[in-house]
Write a protein that binds this ligand. Structure first.
Ligand SMILES: Cc1ncc(COP(=O)(O)O)c(C=O)c1O
Length: 378
């Protein structure tokens, strides 16, 4: 195979998406300005199995809105896994609260329910379980602890559209679920996000907060609070609707890509791929491999070596507690002693190419190069 660039991620865009967006550009104005938002939100809520869905400019804004609507603010603590993209955690700082980073499980790479429980203090107001790379943590255990202590559960399902836990869709498991439609995601609106919930009060608060706190009293340009402007455009909503109508096909492709990697890497020791517990359906947003720590390379070097072969990969997230962004937090220097799994796995993990344009031939090539460099049998 030639050394052409194999991309780590990217969407599937068909004539359907082009037609819907073109229609929105032409027709979604005047009294029809919201038609695509309404269709997209209704279809999304039905798909996830929740009462309410709100289309937003990003998942980051969805997390921000949910925290404000839940009353999280200065002096509060929010528990979050140490391994995730900073977008899961940044809104905690926006509202003046403090993130508390806890360890992940060695197989699911998601928040450990035990670590969550151990980190609870009288200041804990919320927990943000993150469905990393399409997987889902032990939500029953997490929800049990959250209920016992009266903690708000904000399920970060940014990376897990269509994944399921005991037959329930990701995003429907906590008090609020949030999704990302960034261009790298399984379904995309270019940039975009969605907040979903069954909680009418949170939904109505979020509706007002996302539109500059406009009053529901009927008076125009009358604002009850100083709030935010978080609205998706109708062109993005049209793109989202078209993608959602193809969601089963998109998820099937992601699962197919994972099966190909399993086929070509599965026999080799030294490669830990994403897991899927018996009661979970993982939609594998990012096929990820953790290499055996006995290899002499860490992820930055592995990424560089693969890039030389035209293979574009990404690093497994760094523990958030190790980032300069959080060096001001109290006790941050002891996080590596507590979050042992996060610090053990992170140096050796990479996301493999798994965009919608992957073929079995490309997976075979990537796998062959990985095996040549790093693979070993028993
Ligand atoms: C786990 C997680 N949470 C939140 C986000 C934020 O999504 P967005 O870029 O749409 O704000 C992302 C985006 O990559 C993510 O991976």
């Amino acid at each position: 195979m030639q050394k052409t660039q194999i991309n780590v991620s990217g969407p599937s865009i068909t004539q359907k998406e082009i037609d819907y967006v073109a229609d929105a550009v032409k027709n979604a104005w005047y009294s029809n300005a919201n038609i695509y938002h309404e269709k997209f939100e209704t279809a999304f809520a039905n798909y996830i199995g929740v009462e309410y869905a709100m289309a937003l400019p990003s998942c980051t804004s969805a997390i921000h809105l949910a925290l404000v609507a839940a009353g999280v603010g200065a002096g509060d603590e929010v528990i979050i896994p140490d391994i995730t993209w900073i977008a899961s955690a940044a809104p905690i700082s926006y509202v003046g609260a403090t993130p508390v980073f806890v360890d992940i499980e060695p197989d699911s790479w998601c928040i450990s329910a035990e670590a969550f429980k151990a980190a609870i203090t009288p200041r804990t107001k919320a927990v943000i379980p993150v469905n990393l790379y399409g997987n889902i943590p032990e939500m029953e255990d997490i929800l049990k602890v959250a209920k016992e202590y009266g903690i708000f559960v904000l399920e970060d399902a940014a990376e897990s559209i269509g994944s399921e836990y005991k037959g329930r869709k990701s995003g429907s498991l906590g008090d609020v679920g949030v999704f990302s439609f960034h261009g790298s995601k399984t379904m995309t609106t270019g940039e975009g996000g969605m907040l979903v919930t069954d909680n009418k009060e949170i939904y109505e608060k979020s509706l007002a907060l996302r539109d500059h706190g406009r009053s529901q009293c009927g008076k125009m340009f009358w604002n009850d609070t100083v709030a935010f402007k978080y609205k998706m455009s109708s062109m993005q909503a049209a793109l989202g609707l078209a993608q959602l109508e193809r969601i089963d096909e998109l998820i099937e492709k992601k699962r197919q890509i994972f099966v190909w990697y399993q086929k070509y890497l599965g026999d080799f020791k030294g490669f830990q791929l994403n897991s899927e517990a018996a009661y979970i359906k993982n939609t594998y947003w990012m096929v990820t491999v953790i290499l055996d720590s006995s290899i002499s390379f860490q992820k930055e070097e592995i990424i560089r070596l693969l890039q030389e072969k035209g293979i574009n990969t990404r690093p497994f997230f760094y523990p958030l507690s190790s980032l300069p962004a959080y060096k001001h937090l109290a006790d941050i220097n002891t996080a590596s002693e507590k979050n042992v799994v996060a610090y053990k796995l992170s140096p050796y993990g990479i996301n493999l190419p798994c965009g919608m344009d992957m073929t079995e031939e490309k997976v075979k090539y990537v796998s062959k190069e990985l095996i040549n460099e790093f693979g070993f049998r028993d």
